[in-house]
Design a protein around this ligand. Structure first.
Ligand code: HEM
Length: 340
């Protein structure tokens, strides 16, 4: 049901834009007012969220680590999984962000049966999620980079280069971008796994389905514009330049599918800061990732400890209660004779 609600919501957005910009001829609103407002919500919401997170105190080291931490010289440290210095942590963050290393370790839990048919819990490697997540995110990034040609005049060489590589297979006319197919495969897999895996379906919310349907519909509407409607990209570039240069020319001869595409993108922008998609910024601010694991080298003291409460070490505790502990038969670091 949650998937159906999300789909209906996205379809309603498509209908709204089709009727608004098409039948009701409110092109200026859909070309300028809606995207402009959505962009402001995106920037303000994004910055506010990041400032809010940055202000949260993190008094202790709480990195989630894997592998051997720094210890005796002759025991090799796993520097990328268990960093103890700033540069090592930066390397860990870089690899996480660029290659999704933690997701590569993703496992799934299965109930198997041993020879005697007794159930046993097994953890098996599950690399598909990593693969499709990588495909999805990189395709998205490349599509956004390519779109910059609509916003920049002259178009930088770098963007032309990305465009060239992305269409290098030269299939169909207009030439198909590989990332268009890959983003559909990536987002399609992410959606299918939520729908088909009963455990995942049980924990999935509208907030999980909605962004997937929304992004899929953005990609599909873009592909419709390019491969089916074959829209006038120069007329659209005029509209887009109007948005970036604040000249707001009333667009003419632009296909309704463009307004649908931009309306869906605007919805994504306005929704972004309040959604799980904020992991884009969150990954940089996560104290479980961005802190070195150096608790054996430095004493980290909670800065807002109440100064009137004095620390009571175990040693001191034992000094205070050695006799009764000894009489109760509790194990001691020093028995009363040694302490005397
Ligand atoms: C979240 C951001 C966006 C995504 C994921 C996205 C996705 C896509 C995709 C997959 C296509 C198919 C062709 C291609 O890959 O270039 C496309 C085409 C297109 N998009 Fe977007 N889009 C986004 C934002 C925008 C914005 C903000 C605009 C303009 C204001 C825009 C305007 C267009 C146009 C004009 C085309 C047709 C290009 C052509 O015919 O070559 N898109 N979009």
């Amino acid at each position: 049901m949650k998937a159906i609600y999300s789909l209906i919501l996205v379809l309603a957005l498509v209908v709204l834009a089709t009727l608004g910009a098409g039948a009701a001829k409110m092109q200026t609103i859909f070309a300028y007012c809606v995207p402009g407002t959505a962009f402001v919500i995106f920037v303000v919401g994004f910055v506010a969220k990041v400032i809010g997170w940055a202000k949260r105190p993190v008094p202790f080291r709480i990195p989630t680590t894997g592998g051997q931490q720094q210890t005796l010289d002759w025991i090799p440290q796993n520097k990328w999984d268990n960093p103890s210095t700033g540069p090592q942590t930066a390397m860990r963050m870089f690899l996480e962000i660029v290659t999704f290393r933690s997701l590569f370790r993703n496992t799934k839990v299965l109930l198997k049966h041993d020879d005697g048919k007794n159930p046993i819990v097994a953890y098996v490697s599950a690399k598909w999620l990593w693969l499709f997540a990588i495909l999805f995110h990189y395709s998205f990034l490349i599509i956004v980079i390519r779109h910059m040609r609509l916003f920049l005049q002259p178009v930088p060489k770098f963007i032309l280069g990305v465009e060239f590589v992305d269409s290098v297979l030269q299939i169909y006319t207009p030439i198909v971008y590989q990332t268009d197919l890959l983003i559909l495969a990536g987002a399609g897999f992410l959606l299918a796994r939520r729908l088909y895996d009963a455990k995942l379906r049980y924990i999935s919310l509208v907030n999980d389905y909605f962004p997937l349907f929304l992004i899929l519909s953005i990609a599909l509407s873009g592909m419709y514009m390019r491969y089916i409607a074959k829209v006038d990209v120069m007329a659209i570039k005029d509209v887009v330049m109007g948005l970036t240069t604040f000249t707001f020319k009333v667009p003419k001869g632009v296909d309704t599918s463009f307004y649908v595409h931009v309306f869906l993108v605007s919805t994504l922008l306005a929704y972004f800061p309040f959604s799980k998609l904020m992991h884009l910024a969150g990954v940089f601010l996560s104290p479980t990732r961005n802190l070195p694991n150096d608790t054996r080298m430095h004493h980290h003291e909670n800065p807002w400890n109440d100064p009137s409460i004095k620390p009571h070490s175990y040693e001191a505790y034992e000094d205070d209660f050695r006799e009764p502990m000894f009489e109760a038969g509790l194990p001691l670091d020093k028995n009363p004779e040694e302490a005397a």
